[in-house]
Design a protein. Structure first.
Length: 312
């Protein structure tokens, strides 16, 4: 069963388009990454799925229930965790009080275990919390009732690199035990680490839907060679090689290019030049995604553990 399914889902705010004709499905037990530049429509999709706002047209189901059937959706939501991009809490309440409140509302099977990993200062009022502590409290709230599906909007924003890594490890472990995720993010490094498939949204439209391995495969391999001899560009003009760059330092020549195709012809070409060093790796994921983004949009590769560009 698809845990989320949308069919031509459309939401306009008056004349302003939030999303239009968005169709995708999240299957049981997968982490579906939802990517797109600022204002693309990620939050609009999520808020519509959670029943916070009605679609203008089209349809969607969450755990099999229509998002426009309020009663059925409320029941389905008992099995859904939600981590908003900017968690809002009763500011004067302590973290502990808020966990009691959410536990009474939807159940608390897991907060003790979760607090071993994510440890906000429970006896302080939330208004005194740092951004990271607020996020950790929201993570505990999202998972404490042991949901089957978790919808996360920029989940690592505000967390330090260690906590970011803990959250990604935690998501992978949860997926292993069958939990499904809709994971909205700008941070490509984390998408690479946890997502099985991605949907890319731009200007309110879903422009791509593919599994991450296929996207990377399509983008080819990044090849870097160090040669003792100087060479001409013609030496590396062969089928499947593109984006050639040659730099000579006096001692050695460094050749980099992207390659799509089988290994055998690639290795033949490389060995013909008697290389000092050979490095063949995955092409950067951002090359794939940037094609779907506006030229002005910036993206975080996530490799430094910094926050994404989500707060515009
Ligand atoms: N409540 C609202 N009223 C009017 N327009 C809105 C509202 N919420 C969103 N929009 C518009 O809908 C479009 C999609 O916005 P949305 O917040 O869904 O994008 P997003 O992909 O979540 O962006 P970000 O990455 O910046 O969070 C934007 O043009 C935005 O201005």
């Amino acid at each position: 069963m698809s845990v989320i399914r949308t069919d031509e889902l459309t939401k306009f705010y008056g004349d302003v388009r939030g999303i239009e004709g968005v169709s995708f499905a999240v299957e049981e037990g997968e982490v579906f990454g939802f990517l797109g530049p600022n204002g693309a429509g990620k939050t609009t999709t999520i808020r519509t799925l959670l029943g916070f706002q009605s679609p203008t047209s089209g349809s969607a189901t969450v755990l099999g229930e229509s998002v426009t059937d309020r009663t059925a959706l409320r029941e389905a939501r008992a099995n859904v965790g939600y981590l908003p991009s900017e968690p809002a809490f009763d500011e004067r309440a302590t973290g502990r009080r808020l966990l009691e409140y959410h536990g009474a509302l939807r159940g608390d099977e897991r907060s003790d275990d979760l607090l071993d990993v994510f440890d906000p200062p429970l006896d302080r009022a939330v208004e005194e919390y740092s951004r990271g502590n607020r996020q950790m409290l929201a993570i505990v709230v999202a998972f404490m009732h042991d949901p089957d599906l978790v919808i996360m909007d920029e989940p690592t924003s505000g967390l330090d690199p260690l906590k970011q890594a803990k959250l990604l490890d935690f998501i992978r472990a949860e997926r292993e035990s069958g939990t499904s995720f809709l994971f909205s993010s700008h941070v490509l490094g984390e998408v690479r680490k946890v997502c099985d498939r991605v949907g890319i949204i731009r200007d309110g439209h879903l422009v791509e839907q593919a599994d991450v391995a296929t996207l990377l495969d399509r983008n080819g391999k990044r090849v870097e060679l160090r040669l003792s001899d100087e060479i001409t560009p013609e030496a590396f003009q062969f089928d499947g090689a593109h984006g050639l760059d040659i730099a000579s330092s006096g001692e050695a020549t460094t050749v980099t290019f992207t390659y799509t195709g089988e290994y055998e012809p690639l290795l033949e070409h490389i060995l013909a030049h008697d290389p000092l060093d050979v490095n063949i790796g995955e092409a950067p994921l951002e090359d794939v995604f940037m094609r779907f983004y506006d030229t002005n949009a910036t993206l975080d590769t996530g490799e430094t553990g910094e926050e994404g560009t989500s707060d515009a």
